[in-house]
Design a protein around this ligand. Structure first.
Ligand SMILES: Nc1ncnc2c1ncn2[C@@H]1O[C@H](COP(=O)(O)OP(=O)(O)OP(=O)(O)O)[C@@H](O)[C@H]1O
Ligand SMILES: [Mg+2]
Length: 318
């Protein structure tokens, strides 16, 4: 069953130079119990997608167009109050760099307890305690550390506590924004495996945001590759990994090291991204693309459906 279906979503930020189109006409869907990875370079709009889904865009951010259908209801149309009921109960988010946001003067278990009470004040004390213990078990923090303050936790434990807070109200969708980026690779790998196990056990859907395609490929069933506010390729993990279509996806994969030594030649990337206030007329990847033709500069690229589940925004690649 489709849990989330995003249609033609556009999000803009008002700036002194005009509206910055951070997310420009993106569409995707996510099935119940599945995970979708959003991958792309810094500034391509990944966090903006997450914040739009949570109804937590900053003051100058606005959904200009589109629908966010969650379990059939369009979240864009909901009142603030109705959206508050959805947030954390149905859709939760692990914010980018959140582990530094734990309150230093409160014990970790109190903060998790508060997350539950804030949304379900009627929860009896005994039940509350059981739930906090269950969450500690779920993210594999030993119960004897429940009384600790955040500064007594390692980075990995803090991040696990943040994951526990996101799970506190039993959401159906979790948006995880770079949940392991600040951690060393071993802890990162442990936490990624735990997220997979939790997702399976609780049958939740996960929208996983990362700049690292290797991480996304490890955790996610499907992959959306973003460049300059657009999804440029969407497909199952196998499709995107084994038969990447878009030159930007190929570029991302070319810098991905595989253990079997089967590493493609790295491709050159200038790192220059287009102006999102006045985006280029044609393909946004034009200036970086080794395969671009002159037509790419002015012709708006269209999605090419290469399989029922795999599509890419490119006019050149057959
Ligand atoms: N509040 C804001 N006001 C104006 N512009 C913003 C605001 N927040 C984000 N942006 C711009 O919107 C674009 C998308 O930003 P976003 O944070 O969604 O990118 P991201 O893909 O999450 O990047 P990163 O990988 O660095 O976290 C960027 O150009 C960014 O500078
Ligand atoms: Mg971000």
């Amino acid at each position: 069953m489709t849990l989330l279906s995003v249609e033609n979503l556009c999000v803009g930020y008002q700036t002194k130079n005009g509206v910055l189109k951070a997310v420009d006409n993106i569409s995707f869907h996510l099935e119940e119990g599945r995970s979708l990875g959003f991958v792309g370079e810094s500034g391509c709009g990944k966090t903006t997608v997450g914040m739009a889904l949570m109804g937590l865009l900053p003051e100058n951010g606005k959904i200009a167009q589109g629908r966010i259908l969650f379990d059939g209801r369009d979240l864009v149309q909901l009142s603030d109050e109705a959206m508050r009921a959805v947030r954390w109960n149905d859709i939760a988010m692990i914010f980018q760099a959140a582990m530094n946001a734990l309150n230093p003067v409160h014990r970790v278990q109190e903060q998790i307890r508060e997350a539950i009470v804030a949304h379900h004040p009627e929860t009896p004390q005994g039940e509350l305690q059981r739930r906090v213990e269950m969450l500690f078990d779920l993210v594999e923090i030993p119960r004897d550390r429940m009384q600790d303050f955040p500064h007594q936790f390692s980075g990995g434990m803090k991040q696990r506590a943040i994951i526990a807070m996101a799970l506190a109200c039993d959401p159906r969708l979790v948006i995880a924004d770079e949940p392991t980026t600040a951690l060393d690779v071993i802890v990162q790998d442990q936490i990624l495996q735990e997220i997979k196990i939790i997702q399976d056990q609780m049958n939740i859907s996960v929208l996983f945001i990362s700049h690292d395609i290797a991480v996304v490929a490890d955790v996610c069933h499907d992959i959306a590759v973003m460049f300059a506010g657009q999804i440029v390729e969407f497909g199952s993990r196998e499709e995107v990994f084994e038969t990447p279509i878009h030159p930007y996806t190929r570029l991302l994969l070319s810098s991905y090291l595989t253990l079997d030594g089967d590493k493609p030649e790295p491709l050159a990337f200038s790192g220059k991204t287009p102006n999102l206030i006045r985006p280029p007329l044609g393909c946004r990847f034009y200036e970086q693309c080794s395969q671009a033709t002159t037509a790419c500069e002015n012709n708006v690229p269209e999605f090419r459906q290469v399989s029922p589940t795999h599509r890419a925004l490119c006019n050149v690649i057959p």
